[in-house]
Design a protein around this ligand. Structure first.
Ligand code: GLA
Length: 387
């Protein structure tokens, strides 16, 4: 749950600005246990929504203009048309992106007033943008009484990201923000867009995120490049087997039979994806058995692949992961999300969390002169009307 303080602040600001009573909605950020960059390769991922939220106060207006206020940035924006090429605050693009998707299906015939703010750290790879999109989609769907299915809202939010933010993301982030369930993670099949939940039972262990506090600027273009490299590999493998539609149809055996094909880079990328998909399967098996040691090893293997084969890590992430290797109380660690900064995900013994924080803070600060941030995360419910 989000802090009451956050909700109160947003609920109070709305009538100050717009002299009306809003509905309150909330949408969470996400973690991903394992299955990185596999969503847009039509494979499996294992995310959960987390107890970090964006909270929205929203109401329709008759002012003929959308009026948005971001509490965290203390920025106000009025927008009249849905055109993509206007000068907008970056956060307003996500809100407008969502409205534009609704408008594609039927005229909105109304404008919206929105006040929002949250405790999802920005640029930390916890999908604050997906939360912004899925929260706005949930609010519009509810206020207009459209009764769209949750999966429709997910797709609409993802499209907003593609078209307004220019990042050709997979479906995982928006899906997790909408379908999250308290105390559960889920295995999502990105080909069929179906999932099943299972309880996250970690016994004496906890999930800690460590925020590098860096976000290297190439992140979104590199992300789109990775997609293209994977697509190149698919085209190549299709010439061997026309049934192949994505890397999730390709076996490790087939990859191994075609070293360095279609080119050295695509080969490395596709090998990582196929291996990562095997790790997702293995992770759900060992989680069922409660074998956290094995899960931890898989996390380290994923990091290794993301660092050397998929090449989306960075020195700050690698450093934080490497530092944990000599800590027996940490079963596993890896970079999480799209890469080039953001957070590492760590499986840490409860009794060690204090030392974990101290030790990593000291070493990271000595090396990069940046104080990392630590978040203990719990799976939470997805986007919803609060009141
Ligand atoms: C970003 C994207 C997701 C997914 C991850 C990597 O978070 O938005 O769709 O591809 O990167 O797993």
């Amino acid at each position: 749950m989000f802090p009451d303080q956050l909700k109160n602040k947003i609920e109070q600001k709305f009538p100050e600005l717009f002299h009306a009573k809003p509905n309150i909605y909330a949408a969470p950020g996400r973690i991903n246990i394992i299955g990185e960059h596999t969503d847009y390769n039509m494979g499996f991922v294992m995310p959960a929504a987390i107890d970090k939220y964006i909270v929205f106060a929203v109401q329709m207006n008759s002012a003929n203009v959308h009026r948005f206020y971001s509490i965290d940035y203390n920025q106000y924006q009025e927008v009249q048309s849905l055109g993509k090429d206007q000068k907008l605050y970056f956060w307003a693009k996500y809100l407008m992106g969502v409205l534009a998707q609704f408008e594609k299906e039927q005229p909105l015939n109304t404008c919206f007033d929105v006040v929002f703010g949250g405790d999802i750290p920005l640029g930390a790879g916890l999908s604050s943008s997906a939360a912004l999109e899925s929260g706005m989609a949930t609010a519009v769907n509810h206020l207009l009484g459209l009764n769209k299915e949750p999966l429709e809202l997910v797709k609409l939010a993802q499209k907003a990201e593609h078209e307004y933010a220019g990042v050709m993301c997979g479906i995982m982030d928006q899906y997790a923000s909408v379908f999250g369930k308290k105390n559960h993670v889920f295995k999502l099949d990105c080909r069929t867009n179906t999932h099943h939940y299972f309880p996250l039972e970690l016994g004496d262990y906890e999930l800690w995120l460590v925020n590098t506090k860096v976000k290297h600027s190439l992140a979104s273009s590199e992300y789109n490049d990775r997609r293209a490299e994977c697509e190149r590999a698919v085209s190549y493998f299709q010439t061997h087997d026309s049934g192949i539609q994505s890397l999730s149809d390709v076996s490790l055996e087939l990859i191994n039979q075609h070293p360095q094909m279609p080119d050295a880079v695509s080969y490395k990328r596709s090998k990582f994806i196929v291996e990562e998909l095997l790790r997702v399967d293995e992770a759900s098996r060992v989680l069922d058995l409660g074998n956290l040691e094995e899960l931890g090893k898989l996390l380290y293997q994923t990091h290794h692949g993301l660092q050397h084969e998929y090449e989306v890590s960075c020195q700050e992430l690698d450093f934080l992961v490497d530092e944990t290797r000599i800590m027996p109380q940490v079963l596993g660690a890896r970079m999480m999300g799209g890469g080039f900064g953001g957070c590492t995900l760590n499986l840490v013994h409860k009794d060690f969390s204090g030392d974990f924080e101290k030790k990593l803070t000291t070493s990271y600060q000595n090396k990069f002169s940046i104080a990392p941030e630590f978040y203990l995360v719990q799976p939470e419910d997805g986007a919803r009307l609060v009141s």
